[in-house]
Each structure stands twice: as C-alpha cells, then as structure tokens.
Design a protein around this ligand. Structure first.
Ligand SMILES: CC(C)(COP(=O)(O)OP(=O)(O)OC[C@H]1O[C@@H](n2cnc3c(N)ncnc32)[C@H](O)[C@@H]1OP(=O)(O)O)[C@@H](O)C(=O)NCCC(=O)NCCS
Length: 148
C-alpha cells in the first residue's frame, strides 16, 4: 500500500507515542537520567494550549512517523525560536522528513516574529548535528554540564 505522509497538528492521542520518542531520545541526550513523564506531559500540553502550531506531527497510514516541537521566546535581543524536540521514527529516517519539519517550523516562527532559531544538540549526536549544518545552522556556543 502506498504510504501517504500527513503533516498535522498534535492530538491528545499522539501523547503516548511522543513520550516513547522522548524516552528514546533521552538514551542519547540524557544518559542515566530518568524522564519525569508528568512534567514533560504538562509542559507539552501547556505549549499546545498556548499555540497548537508549535507541534507538528507526521502520520503515515495511522502510524506516527515523527514530530517537531518548537517554542517562541523573547530575550534581550528580540524574539527567537527554539527547538524543544525533533524525532523521526527509525523506520522513516533518511527520507528528508526531519529537514521538512525544521523548515516548516522556521517559517512558522518567522511569521510570529522570530529573528533566529536556537537548537541545542548533544555533542555525540552526529546525525542531528549534520542535519542542522545542512540546514545552515552554525556552531555558536559550547554548553557544559556535570552531574552533581
Ligand atoms: C536526527 C534525525 C531527526 C534525522 O531525521 P531524518 O528524517 O532521518 O533526517 P533527514 O532524512 O531529513 O536528513 C537530512 C540530513 O541530515 C543528515 N543526517 C540525517 N541522518 C543522518 C545520519 N544517520 N548520519 C549522518 N547524517 C545524517 C544528512 O546531512 C541528511 O542529508 P542527506 O540525506 O542529504 O545526507 C533522526 O535521526 C532522529 O529522530 N534521531 C533521534 C532524535 C534526535 O536526535 N533528534 C534531534 C535532537 S537535537
């Protein structure tokens, strides 16, 4: 059967799959740390309530193929967008879907006044780093952390 890919806003029924994606991401980006599912859910729900367009979900024949969640903030240098999360299901990677989601999000945020988009990438996450480089993102800061 031909796979028809739909890009749409988030629905409550997507939540369980998105939590699963977050848990998978955490294995790379938050190694050894436990996800506070209730807090994550509350933040996501609040973001959707405030602006449903900040989360875009990819669906293919009833399967959630991935999603992007962005935010808009205002700092001392004006409005900027930032990436909360981007995840493409393993079976759907390498087809340009992440690129499409990021480009869509950039347009959405720019229309709302964002002058730039900020993305934090875990140092070992080469696929993601390459993706953003391809989309013309520059390495600007080094984020440091240690467990206490
Ligand atoms: C990173 C991720 C979002 C990429 O999704 P994707 O849909 O497969 O990416 P795309 O097909 O749009 O790839 C676009 C470009 O990204 C880079 N890229 C993507 N996956 C790559 C990989 N495994 N290795 C090297 N480069 C990769 C390439 O430059 C690629 O362009 P090309 O195909 O012309 O070489 C996906 O692997 C994922 O969900 N990973 C787990 C979650 C995650 O790391 N999220 C990002 C957090 S900051």
């Amino acid at each position: 059967m031909a796979q028809k890919m739909i890009r749409r806003e988030f629905r409550e029924s997507d939540l369980a799959q998105i939590i699963e994606f977050k848990k998978q991401s955490a294995k790379t980006s938050f190694r050894g740390q436990k996800l506070k599912v209730d807090r994550f859910t509350a933040r996501l729900t609040e973001s959707v309530k405030k602006d449903p367009g900040m989360i875009r979900v990819l669906e293919s024949n009833g399967t959630i193929a991935g999603y992007i969640w962005v935010g808009l903030s205002e700092g001392d240098f004006g409005k900027y967008g930032f990436l909360h999360q981007l995840f493409i299901h393993q079976d759907f990677r390498g087809r340009g879907l992440a690129q499409t989601l990021v480009k869509d999000a950039e347009k959405y945020l720019a229309k709302r006044g964002a002058k730039k988009m900020e993305i934090l990438v875990t140092g070992t996450n080469c696929p993601a780093h390459k993706l953003y480089k391809k989309l013309k993102y520059k390495d600007t800061r080094i984020q440091m952390e240690k467990m206490l």
